[in-house]
Design a protein around this ligand. Structure first.
Ligand SMILES: [Zn+2]
Length: 582
């Protein structure tokens, strides 16, 4: 099996004359877009012209950028790729300024609905145009926007970079040896209990070195967010984030209401895992990721066969699609020197292709990662033919197809696995679900407290630690040992420090539970649900989150829908506890 992906459908290499031609064409495309913006035409003709000009510009930038970024993902030191990526970034800024101006223009049109109705081309993307008009009401006045952008470079964005430096240079002294923070945290998965505990103790002790600068980063980034929310006319940072996520408060409240109801079940799982590992009074933080049970290992050929067999039970189309992704070399499979860690799926809409990068080493979790990433690819396939502006789904919906696939794979495997593997499969899924539901809830509570307190004063290190412990108490409760939690979770999670992205937590809980809720519908309805599911995926970028869900009969503003998702997890918790008691 070919184990490296094939990007030659875009360019034959960095010396491909097509690439030089594309690069040369970009300044002209930017000028065309600017000219379309300045054209003294009636709104309908002007918008249609702009639509085409922006599409041409974006398609070319995507082709160049994706080729460079994907090359860097598997060959981090490739100098030609770095050069192209840098150029595309600068050109992308020009495109963004045109986009801001376009939003302001759309926002200034009093008869936008009439203009949209008068054009077939514009009607197709009506949702995106109305959203831009709405965003225009929340943009900073044009005269001061460049200054605010400039100041953020020395403000939030600078603190965000400082955070990355602090994190990447931070060393933890573990058993007499200095190791990176990420390596110390990875020891939480070690089969040896002493390694897990000692790594945790070493990690906690190490934060004294960076807690103060880190607290300045957090206080400053959140203060900038509070200022920006005000300047853009939002009531709060959370409202600004929800609006960017196309979500409403009612939906978020319904989600958290159901989550709070099910916290006792997660705590039951944690206490059972604790007893299995020989702890009384809940799980110590350092054993949250302790491996349990026996896992099989897979060659890539076995993983391929397993995916086709199990995912084909959803629909044979899915099996064919996955087989095709392997055959057409959409996947870069194994780890190698210079290749980045983790996994992702990236779509190149112009070619109707998705490229998947993984670091496959043969565990069940690696097979599940393939199912996850190919779920994203399936999502992209369901959007075939849509204008690119309707393919940008908001973060809460972004993980629907990937979580659906993961859940489907685990469900099918549990139905046919050997008894010794059942415990492993259940626990592996529950460990992840606990992170995405329980830990994410604690992160949400913590961030809420920071943005509520920050306008009054910058929080001290001790205040931040206390707030984190309070948040963990409210979410993990007696599932975790009272004296063994993690007061520094704010210092090690990068999500709090993305300047411009706030509450980068609830979309994960939404994504996991939405994917599970959709899966629950498939369980109930079977084959009839397949076209409904595909329609749902197709519409993810074409409306608000609540409307997309409502189009297939799901009411995300009702706690009942979220309860149905959590029920899928509760059944696994029940079975896990039953197996442990045996
Ligand atoms: Zn994903």
């Amino acid at each position: 099996m070919q184990d490296r992906w094939d990007l030659s459908f875009m360019y034959e290499g960095f010396d491909d004359p097509k690439m030089a031609a594309d690069l040369e064409s970009v300044p002209g495309l930017i000028e065309s877009a600017k000219a379309a913006l300045d054209a003294g035409l009636p709104p309908k003709e002007k918008l249609e012209g702009l639509y085409d000009a922006m599409n041409n510009l974006e398609r070319t930038l995507e082709r160049l950028g994706q080729y460079a970024w994907m090359t860097l993902a598997v060959d981090a030191l490739n100098p030609q790729a770095a050069q192209i990526a840098g150029k595309v970034e600068v050109l992308g800024n020009d495109a963004n300024l045109i986009l801001s101006a376009l939003k302001r223009y759309i926002g200034s049109l009093e008869n936008l609905d009439e203009v949209i109705a008068s054009s077939e081309k514009l009607s197709e993307v009506a949702f995106a145009l109305r959203e831009m008009a709405d965003e225009a009401r929340h943009t900073i006045p044009a005269e001061i926007e460049p200054w605010i952008l400039q100041m953020s470079l020395s403000g939030g964005s600078a603190f965000s970079q400082l955070r990355d430096k602090l994190d990447s240079t931070h060393l933890v002294t573990f058993r007499g040896e200095d190791i990176p923070l990420s390596a110390a945290r990875a020891k939480a998965y070690d089969p040896d209990p002493d390694v897990r505990r000692e790594a945790y103790e070493a990690e906690i002790a190490s934060y004294a070195k960076m807690e103060l600068p880190m607290s300045y980063c957090l206080n400053s980034i959140k203060q900038e967010a509070i200022t920006l929310a005000k300047a853009r006319g939002y009531d709060s940072v959370l409202d600004m984030t929800l609006s960017g996520s196309r979500m409403d408060r009612e939906t978020l409240d319904a989600l958290w209401t159901a989550v709070r109801e099910y916290l006792p079940h997660f705590r039951r799982y944690l206490r059972t895992k604790a007893r299995l590992l020989g702890h009384e009074n809940g799980l110590p933080f350092y054993d949250l990721f302790a491996p349990v049970g026996q896992s099989s290992t897979y060659t890539i050929e076995e993983a391929h066969d397993k995916l086709l067999r199990e995912m084909g039970k959803f629909t044979p189309d899915m099996a064919d699609f996955m087989d095709n992704a392997f055959k057409q070399r959409w996947i870069d499979i194994y780890p190698r020197e210079g290749k980045t860690g983790g996994a992702f799926c990236s779509s190149i809409a112009e070619y109707e292709r998705s490229m998947v990068m993984t670091n496959f080493q043969g565990s069940f979790s690696d097979v599940s990662t393939l199912a996850h990433e190919l779920g994203h690819a399936w999502h992209n396939r369901c959007m075939t033919g849509l204008p690119s502006i309707l393919r940008n789904y908001p973060m809460p919906l972004a993980e629907t197809a990937s979580i659906f696939n993961e859940t489907m794979l685990s469900h099918q495997c549990l139905a046919s696995c050997k008894p010794e593997e059942e415990l492993y499969l259940l626990e592996n899924g529950l460990m992840e679900a606990t992170q995405t539901v329980v830990d994410i809830y604690s992160r949400f509570l913590f961030e809420q407290e920071v943005v509520d307190t920050r306008p009054d004063h910058a929080m001290t290190v001790d205040e931040l630690k206390d707030a984190m412990l309070r948040a963990q108490d409210a979410s993990y409760g007696d599932g975790l040992q009272a004296d063994c939690r993690h007061p520094y979770m704010w210092a090690c999670k990068s999500h709090y420090y993305s300047s411009g992205l706030n509450f980068y937590n609830f979309p994960y809980a939404f994504g996991l539970l939405f994917g599970k809720g959709v899966f629950a519908q498939w369980l109930e309805k079977g084959a009839d649900f397949v076209p409904v599911y595909n329609k749902l995926l197709r519409s993810c970028g074409s409306d608000t989150v609540a409307n997309v869900a409502a189009s297939v009969g799901i009411d995300v503003r009702s706690a009942d829908f979220w309860r149905s998702s959590l029920e899928v997890i509760r059944k696994d918790i029940d079975r896990f506890c039953e197996l442990c008691e045996k």
